[in-house]
Design a protein. Structure first.
Length: 227
C-alpha cells in the first residue's frame, strides 16, 4: 500500500485529503507543520509527500530542501502561491509536481497516480555504465557517482527523464513522448516541465550546464542523449 504524508496547516484540507485518499486505498498520515513533516518522514518514511508551501513554522521550500538532504521521496506541492517564481523555487528545491489551490480532488489524484507510476525500480541496462561528463550513471543500481567518489542524488522524476534519454542514445526523444512517459498522457502540453527538469539535470551532470555536451536540446522538437 502506498503511504502518503500530507502536510498542510488548513484542517479542512487535511480532513478532505485524508478521507479521499484513504477511500482510494492509500495509507495516509497528516501533519500541520514543516518541523512535524520532517520528523514524520524520518520516523516512518512515506512513499510520497503532498506539501503546502505556506506552513506556520517552516516554509515549504525549506521542507523540500530538508527532505532532499537525505531522501528522494516524490513530492507534490499543493499551494495557494500561483506565481511562476514560487513554482520554480519549489521545483528547483526538488519538488516533482506543483498543484495550485483551489484544486480539484480529481486533478490531485491524477497527479498522485502519475507520480506513483514512477516509483517502480528501473529495468537493468545491458552493457557498461553510462558516462556523462565526470559522472558514471548506473540505471540498474540507480546511482550517479562523480569521479571523486561522491554521489549525486536525483529525484524519481529526474531519474525517469534521464533514463528515457539514456536508453535511446543518439536518438531524438520528442517533447510529447517524454511528457507522456514520465508525467502521464494528461501532461503532454506541459513543456515548461521539460525545460525546468532538463536545466536541473544539466546542473547536476554536465561539466558546463550552459554548453551541454551530452543532454542536448533540439529546439521545438525534444531532447537527445549524446554519448
Amino acid at each position: 500500500m502506498t503511504r502518503i504524508l500530507v502536510v498542510d496547516d488548513e484542517p479542512q484540507i487535511l480532513r478532505a485529503l485524508r478521507i479521499n485518499l484513504r477511500a482510494r486505498g492509500y495509507d495516509v498520515e497528516v501533519v500541520a507543520g514543516g518541523v512535524a513533516a520532517l520528523k514524520a518522514a524520518a520516523g516512518r518514511p512515506p512513499d510520497l509527500v503532498v506539501l503546502d508551501l505556506g506552513l506556520p513554522d517552516l516554509d515549504g521550500v525549506e521542507v523540500i530542501r530538508g527532505l532532499r538532504g537525505w531522501s528522494s521521496v516524490p513530492i507534490i506541492v499543493l499551494s495557494g502561491r500561483a506565481g511562476s517564481e514560487d513554482k520554480v523555487a519549489a521545483l528547483d528545491a526538488g519538488a516533482d509536481d506543483y498543484v495550485t489551490k483551489p484544486f480539484g480532488i480529481d486533478e490531485l489524484l491524477a497527479r498522485i497516480r502519475a507520480v506513483t507510476r514512477r516509483l517502480g525500480p528501473a529495468t537493468p541496462v545491458a552493457g557498461p555504465a553510462v558516462r556523462i561528463g565526470r559522472h558514471t550513471v548506473d540505471l540498474a543500481d540507480r546511482t550517479v557517482i562523480r569521479d571523486d567518489g561522491g554521489e549525486v542524488k536525483l529525484t524519481p522524476t529526474q531519474w525517469a527523464m534521464l533514463e528515457k534519454l539514456l536508453r535511446n542514445p543518439g536518438k531524438l526523444v520528442s517533447q510529447r513522448q517524454l511528457l507522456r512517459d514520465v508525467w502521464g498522457p494528461e501532461y503532454q502540453h506541459e513543456t515548461n516541465y521539460l525545460r525546468q527538469y532538463m536545466a536541473r539535470l544539466r546542473r547536476k551532470l554536465e561539466d558546463d550546464p550552459a554548453r551541454p555536451r551530452h543532454l542536448i536540446t533540439e529546439p521545438g522538437m525534444g531532447y537527445r542523449y549524446r554519448p
